[in-house]
Design a protein around this ligand. Structure first.
Ligand code: FE2
Ligand code: FE2
Length: 353
């Protein structure tokens, strides 16, 4: 086990950087989103109270169903590699799990920063270039707040999870501009929005709570950006082209789920992650099933809104049915809800009154 890892990682890709000479504002939904993004910017240095003291053990212990409870069945399970763990080790699991979750949020945010910088270059529509530029700033702020919280309040960061790293590499490797949108804005950010929401609901740590509340209000716009842009594009693709997108989306979804197995956390605890997976698969505890399903609560309705569920013979609907997440299809999609989720505007409201 080591914390030493490469500090630079290069992804090679050959894509077209697109100029457009058509500056007319023809996409009102994106214009509205861009205006919202400009007025809902926040400053991580001054809008959050970094003087708050944080107790990592308390924060970890609150994770509950989003954290150690998922693995509690391993206390007793046949062939469990952590049967010898006592209360001290389980407390440590909570702390490391919290660090692991936030570290993967951090690395995912950097992925989002690079993907949106890419979208600025590759999307052919001026309204989308404008909007994506605001998202680049949002993502820089998100990287900043998660890195600072981990360093100043929790003490250390975990390396990037192999599944997440492979997903980000695949997304950035692709030369088709819409695949960067689909991979990042719909899948990675859709899942992040669900995961941030779970953590925001359960934590009582005031700095983390406000940080998540503000990050989520930005993320809701980001997912909306993906939905609004791809809806237009996907309405005009052939069945074969749509099928490629469906397969890509499903593959990313499955790999994203696996990143929540927290290999790097188990390594840090001196346990072979492969043994943990085998034991978890045998037991398949309800707390874990519930958690894995909830991660899809934003992805499924957003895929539906894009027309990806039922296009090409309903291929994606069948896959989501097989893995037990199709019940989210009629949950609210993120094309519209960013307005209600704008916590930054809500906090500023009394000051204006
Ligand atoms: Fe973000
Ligand atoms: Fe984002």
């Amino acid at each position: 086990m080591t914390d030493v890892h490469e500090t630079i990682h290069a992804v090679t890709s050959h894509f077209d950087t697109i100029f457009t000479w058509d500056y007319s504002r023809t996409r009102p939904a994106l214009v509205k989103l861009y205006e919202k993004a400009k007025t809902s910017q926040w400053n991580a240095s001054t809008d959050l109270d970094w003087s708050i003291d944080v107790d990592p053990e308390k924060v970890g212990s609150e994770l509950g169903g989003g954290g150690p409870q998922r693995f509690q069945a391993l206390r007793e399970a046949e062939g469990s590699p952590v049967k010898h763990f006592g209360e001290k080790e389980w407390r440590q699991v909570s702390v490391e799990l919290q660090n692991s979750l936030l570290s993967q949020f951090l690395h995912g945010e950097q992925g989002a920063l690079l993907c949106t910088a890419r979208i600025v270059e590759t999307v052919p529509w001026i309204d989308a270039k404008y909007y994506a530029a605001t998202q680049v700033m949002d993502e820089a702020r998100h990287v900043e707040v998660f890195a600072r919280y981990l360093d100043e309040k929790l003490g250390h960061q975990h390396r990037i999870n192999d599944n997440l790293k492979a997903i980000l590499d695949d997304i950035l490797n692709d030369t088709r501009w819409d695949i960067v949108y689909l991979g990042m804005q719909i899948m990675v950010e859709g899942l992040a929005l669900a995961a941030f929401g779970l953590m925001h609901q359960i934590t009582t740590e005031p700095l983390l709570k406000k940080l998540l509340r503000y990050v989520m209000s930005d993320e809701a716009r980001h997912v909306a950006f993906g939905v609004l842009s791809l809806q237009e594009l996907y309405a005009n693709l052939s069945d074969a082209e749509i099928r490629e997108r469906q397969e890509f989306a499903f593959d990313v979804a499955r790999r994203l789920q696996r990143r929540f197995a927290h290999a790097e956390m188990w390594e840090r605890m001196g346990v072979d992650p492969a043994e943990v997976y085998r034991a978890m698969e045998r037991v398949n505890p309800p707390a874990q099933q519930m958690f894995q399903q909830l991660l899809f609560s934003k992805i499924v309705p957003n895929c539906k809104k894009l027309g990806l569920l039922d296009a090409s013979g309903g291929w994606l609907r069948e896959r989501f049915t097989e893995i037990g997440v199709i019940q989210f299809e009629n949950w609210v999609d993120t094309g519209e809800e960013y307005d209600q989720l704008d916590e930054v505007a809500k906090d500023r409201e009394p000051a204006r009154a």
